[in-house]
Structure formats: C-alpha cells, structure tokens
Design a protein around this ligand. Structure first.
Ligand code: NAD
Length: 700
C-alpha cells in the first residue's frame, strides 16, 4: 500500500490497481481527497502492469458528497470537476465500487468512472436541489447521458436517494454485487479485463440524448410537471436548465455553464436559506446547558395514553421506528375508534404506495391496544395525549407516576397547558417533560420538547434523542403559553384578523401568503382544522377577534360545517368565496369605525409576518428558544414556512432589521396592540447594523 496523502492510498493487486480513500467520518470530497485522487490516477496509469483500476472507500460509505464546510470559502484546486476529469480521462477502465450512500459529489465521482458497481445496501442520488443547488460537478450532464434526460429529471428534481436494485434496473450502475465493496470492485474489474472491455467515458455515451434532442417540448413538459415547490423556484429552474444543457451543448461547455449557474445559486438567497436550515437543524440538537456527561436513557418500549387524533399518530411514529407501543384509552369504544383510524391511515399509505404491505403489517403488530393503564408498568416512556383538560391530565399522571418504574420518562402532548403544573402531579417531576407533536403526528417533522422547571438533564437528553430516533426534528422549548411555535404564530393570527378589518378579504390574505411560499393560507388552514378550537381558546384568554368570533357565533366552523371563512360545496374541500362572510367583514369594519382600504400582497405579507418576527425576538431573549435558528427550524418543520425562505429570523435578516423595525413602528401607530412595539433585541440589532445570525454566532 502506498500512501498518496493522508486520505488516499494506492496498491496494485496483480493487474488491477486499487485507489482506497479513507477520510472519516464519511469520505467527504475535501481538498485533500480531490488532490489525492488526481495523483493516484496518475500513478496507477503510469504503471504498465495495471490493466484496470478500482476506486473504493474505507469506513461506512463511498464518498458521501461534497465537503459542506468548504461551501462559501475560496475554491482550492483541483476542483471536483477537475478530479472527476482525471478519472474520466484515464486510459485504463476505472470501476467505482459503491457502498453506503454516494450522494451528490460522491455519485458524481462514480459517474466520472467508466464502470460502477454497488453492494446491495448502497444508495446513490443527487440531493443538491434540497440545498437549493444542482449537481455542479457534472451529475446533471452525465446522468442524462446514461439514462436519458427525461428519466434523469426524476432523480435530479426529487433529490431522492436511489437503492441498488432501482439503480441497476435504471442503468445507473452496471452491476449489484453482494460482497465487500473492494471485492465487488475487484470482481467487476476482473470481468472487464477478461472480456477486454474498453474504457468508454460516460461523456461519450450520447445515444440516450437523441430523443430529447428530437423533441425538446416533451422534455420541457415533463420538467414542468415534475418541478418541485419545496426547494424554491430558483433551484428547480436551474436544475431543469442544467439537464437541458445535456442535449443542447457539448459536455465541456455545459460544465462551464453549470459552474457559473451553481455559483450564482450558491450566493443567492434561496440556497443560503436552505443551507441555513440544514445547519440549523443540526444545531438544534445541541444542548449547551446540559452537563457534558449527560447520557440519554435507553427507550425500548413506549406507552401512549389517549387513542385520539394525536395519540394514534404518535403511536404510528414510534412503530415506524420499530418501537413497540401500548396504546391506552379509557373505554373500549374510544380504543376501537382509535385503532380503526390507525388501520385506515396505514391502508391509505399502502394504497398510495408509500408503504409496503409487509411494513404495514410489521408496524401495526407493534401497536397493542388496551384499556388497562397498568400496561404502562414496564415501559420506558409514556406519552399522554388525552383531552386538553388539566384535571383529566393531573388524574392520569398521579396514577402513571405510581404505575410506572422510577426512571420511566413521563410526557404530555399538551398544546397549551402549564407543563410545570402537570409535572407536579406525577410525584417524579424530574422524569417529566412536554412532548409537543404536531398534527398529523405521524407526518409532521417538528417535535417541541418542552422543558419543565424540574425536568432532569437526562430526561431532556432522552426526549431529544428519542425524537430523533423516530425521525422527528426535536427543538427544545421553555415553558410558556404556546411554547415556541404557537406563541409566535398567535401574533400572525392577530395580524390576520386585523388585516380583515383593515381592508383584505380572506382570499386576499391566503393568496398573499401562498405567494410568499406557504403551502396554504392561514384562513384556509383555520377552516380545515376547525374554527371552534381557536374560538374556545380566545374565550378562555379573553382575547376577542371580532370577525373570527362573529363567524363562529353563526355556527360556521369551517370545512366540517360546510362554511367558515369560505364556503365548501357538499363534503368538498375547495374553498369558495363566501359572500355572507364578506358582508360580515365589511359590517365589522364599519362597526369598529375602520375605513377599509386596498392592501397589496406585499403589505399583507409584511403586516402578517413582521409581528411574528417581533414575537420571535422576544422568545429568543427570554430563552424560550435557545437560539434564533431554533425558531427557524420550528417554523420550517411545523408551520409550513417555506424552507427556501429559511424561517422567520433568517427572513428578517435578509429583509434587513432596520426595515422590520420601521414597519412595525408604523403598524403600532395605527393599532392599539402594544405587542407590535418593536422588541428590544430587534431594535438593538437594527441600530447596531447587525443580524440575528451574527448575534447567535457571537453567543456560541
Ligand atoms: P382527541 O379528542 O382526538 O383524543 C383524545 C383521546 O383521549 C380520546 O380517544 C379519549 O377517549 C382519550 N381519553 C380521554 N380521557 C382519557 C383518560 N382518562 N384515559 C385514557 N384516555 C382518555 O384529542 P387530540 O386532538 O388527539 O388531542 C390530544 C392532546 O394533544 C390534547 O392535549 C391536545 O391539546 C394535544 N394536541 C392536539 C393537537 C391537534 O391538532 N389535535 C396538536 C398538538 C397537540
């Protein structure tokens, strides 16, 4: 074995040259790796004994992708494009032996090789679009040459990883070989040498481009149909444009255009937003205030109390991660209803094709229903999701505290009750914590982990760890009314009610918010979830919303009653303008003495979102959220905030904090809502000409 540098070594096995990468933890394509690859290819090509070359990686994966920590830093040559070119132009056949996850740059390296083999568990893919980019080192040029531009769109626009079986069927790799990665590569190299197969680079395989060249309209139509909304308009358009270049430009020209286009995306707001969230989600997992030696407890069995809407979804989330769950309800009827709903949810996933029959059966078998609370005696974690009623919860936790073993984590899915008060009832408040899931709980990624005053470090660490284990994005929240998300969102709800009074109609507000990138407008969402929920909360808090309350007083609760802010045709879900509500809105404005005026979409967005940003600044200063980026993670994962807009505080930084302060000051002047007064932190940062991001960096 000869070391080329600290990451790359070579050796010769008879007539096969081997390049081995070892750059933990994931063999990211850092500068040292790229440089080593270039020298390794040179050395093996100069060795007359070598007839073919195998490129394999040690550790848990083939090159997992670009080195994301080099993003935004000055480029160091060789670039990834150059390193790949060295492999591609090697006169001897190079075989990429793929294991683990060869994503992005890793897959592009494999596409630069003349042959590709995968072990059965490996995956390949081009996830760049999820960071607002495209595969700028030739992925969007070489993949279309292998499988055709139309088919390449499927992978490029979804960003989804592809497993070995699909990859070989699609013609992305030459073989799937069940062996160690290196031996799989060596076996394929042997076949190539024995059959005297030539080293034909992927760049020269152009047959699959012919169909798109003959009918570019069909390509464009397919691209339109597949263009995702999630990652922002810029990245979708750039990915399509790049794949399009595969059949309109020679490869080197296309690569030069790609490099330019990707650099623009990288510097643009949408990719910056998506990358911000990528790092923010990792950051949210860090708990700087816990003692360094804190270890999460082992969670092997779970009980969920309450088999309603939330309890069922929560049970499914644990089962999906392979954890057995006992689902406990008070009565046989409620339990049966809950289990039926779970079965119906699974059935629709199987029907949609998102879950196999076998997986469904496995997961369903992990959920055991009972009406006997004592079934919680041998679990490690209890999640309570019964009615939102303090007396009911207190009674349950008093009992659970006695039934369960000491050390069992006790948690509540309460949306708004005081977690300290619930904690006090269980007898072991150090083991208690809030686990706030979002509906539908088996789908939504956000999990607010609500720290009660007495929650022990171990309890907090366990809750965060189990959240990640079931595929959620846990965010630690302090205890306050509404926790991080709903407390901040309440300011948007108040702003929306005000906009209705000031001159907007429901459809104006929803259009403006969808235009900003939310998948649904706030009033469509309210109609979908039921207006009675908010009404009862407002009554309890004594915070009337004249228009929303008047709609509820008529018994119009949204979709379930056929009318709310909108009209719904028999059983339908399409919101249609509701003339009666429009009249009610105009009447209310008149009654309140408000002169209605036209509001542009831009003004609607500012008036709806800046109060939310303002409250977020308070939440951060109070320590309810540990850091500004935690607010962004919360909104991107639980409240439909478009990921490509990075979250409320990233957005505020982008808009410029002085502008946000200036607008809030103006909004405050024409309402009597003191919460619109710009928050001290917001004022301070605006005056200092800095940002939430800088403020966060300075504190870590
Ligand atoms: P739900 O009414 O659908 O379900 C509650 C279930 O609890 C029912 O099946 C009921 O039979 C059962 N139950 C009542 N008392 C019980 C007892 N003593 N022992 C065992 N089971 C009992 O309610 P939901 O919408 O699922 O909400 C449950 C909790 O989750 C509430 O605290 C709510 O605030 C919270 N939450 C709800 C949402 C949401 O969008 N629905 C979102 C986040 C959190």
């Amino acid at each position: 074995m000869t070391r080329i540098n600290e990451a790359i070594s070579i050796r010769v096995d008879g007539d096969i040259g081997v390049i081995l990468a070892n750059h933990p933890p994931v063999n990211a394509l850092s500068h040292v790796v790229r440089e080593g690859l270039v020298h390794a290819v040179e050395a093996l090509c100069a060795d007359a004994a070598v007839k073919a070359i195998v490129l394999a990686c040690e550790g848990r994966t083939f090159f997992a992708g670009a080195d994301i920590t080099e993003f935004g830093k000055p480029k160091r040559e060789p670039s990834l494009q150059q390193a790949i070119k060295a492999l591609e132009t090697a006169p001897k056949p190079v075989v990429a032996a793929i294991h683990g996850t060869a994503l992005g740059g890793g897959f592009e390296v494999a596409l630069g090789c003349h042959f590709r083999v995968m072990v059965p568990t490996a995956k390949v893919g081009l996830p760049e679009i999820t960071l607002g980019l495209f595969a700028g080192a030739g992925g969007t040029q070489r993949l279309p040459r292998l499988i055709g531009p139309e088919k390449a769109l499927d992978y490029v626009l979804s960003g989804k990883p592809v497993n070995a079986a699909e990859a070989v069927a699609a013609g992305i790799v030459d073989a799937v070989i069940d062996d160690t990665p290196l031996d799989a590569g060596l076996r394929h190299a042997r076949t190539i040498i024995d059959q005297n197969q030539p080293a034909i680079p992927v760049r020269n395989r152009t047959a699959k481009l012919a169909a798109a060249q003959a009918d570019p309209g069909a390509f464009d139509a397919r691209a339109q149909a597949l263009a995702p909304k999630t990652f922002g308009p810029l990245a979708a358009a750039a990915n399509i444009a790049s794949v399009r270049r595969s059949f309109t430009l020679p490869l080197d020209e296309a690569l030069a255009e790609d490099a330019k286009a990707n650099a623009e995306l990288m510097a643009g707001p949408q990719s910056r937003a998506l990358r911000h969230l990528f790092f923010a989600e990792r950051e949210a997992a860090k708990l700087p205030n816990l003692p360094a030696d804190t270890r999460p407890r082992e969670i092997a069995r779970v009980a969920v109390v309450g088999a309603g809407t939330m309890g069922g979804g929560i049970a499914m989330s644990f089962a999906a991660a392979g954890l057995p769950v006992v689902l406990i309800d008070a009565t046989r009827e409620a339990l049966d209803r809950g289990m039926d709903r779970i079965r119906a949810n699974y059935a629709s996933s199987v029907k949609r094709g998102s879950l196999s029959d076998a997986r469904r059966n496995e997961q369903l078998a992990l959920i055991q229903g009972t009406t006997d609370r004592k079934a919680a005696a041998d679990v490690d974690l209890v999640v309570e999701a019964v009615f939102e009623n303090m007396d009911v919860k207190v009674e349950i936790f008093r009992d659970l505290g006695a039934i369960t073993r000491p050390g069992t984590i006790l948690s509540s899915n309460t949306s708004a009750l005081d977690v300290d008060a619930i904690a006090a009832s269980c007898g072991r408040p150090q083991d208690f914590i809030g686990l706030h899931f979002f509906a539908p709980a088996n789908v939504m990624k956000l999990l607010e982990v609500v720290k009660a005053a007495a929650s022990s470090p171990e309890t907090i660490a366990t809750a965060m760890a189990v959240g990640r284990r079931i595929g959620k994005v846990p965010v630690l929240s302090g205890n306050c009314d509404g926790f991080i998300g709903n407390r901040i969102l309440a300011k948007r709800s108040a702003a929306v009610e005000r906009l209705l009074q000031q001159g907007a109609l429901p459809q104006d507000i929803d259009r403006a918010m969808r235009g900003f990138g939310f998948p649904m407008g706030p009033l469509e969402i309210n109609d979908m979830s039921g207006l009675d929920v908010g009404w009862s909360i407002r009554k309890r808090r004594g915070t009337p919303f004249p228009i929303a309350d008047a709609i509820c007083e008529r018994g119009w609760f949204g979709q379930k009653t056929g009318r709310g802010y909108y009209l719904y045709e028999a059983g339908g879900r399409t919101p249609l303008p509701n003339p009666e509500v429009e009249a009610l809105i105009l009447d209310t404005s008149a009654r309140l003495g408000i002169q209605r005026r036209p509001l542009s979409d831009e003004e609607i967005v500012e008036r709806a979102l800046y109060p939310l940003i303002n409250e977020a600044a308070r939440v951060v200063v109070e320590g309810i959220a540990l850091r500004p980026s935690d607010v962004d993670v919360t909104f991107a994962n639980g409240f439909g905030w478009p990921r490509w807009r990075g979250g409320p505080l990233f957005h505020a930084d982008l808009v410029g904090l002085p502008k946000v302060v200036e607008r809030l000051t103006a909004f405050r002047a024409d309402t009597d809502d003191p919460s619109l007064e710009p928050a001290p932190l917001l004022r301070e940062l605006a005056a200092a000409g800095t940002t939430f991001a800088e403020w966060q960096k300075a504190r870590t």
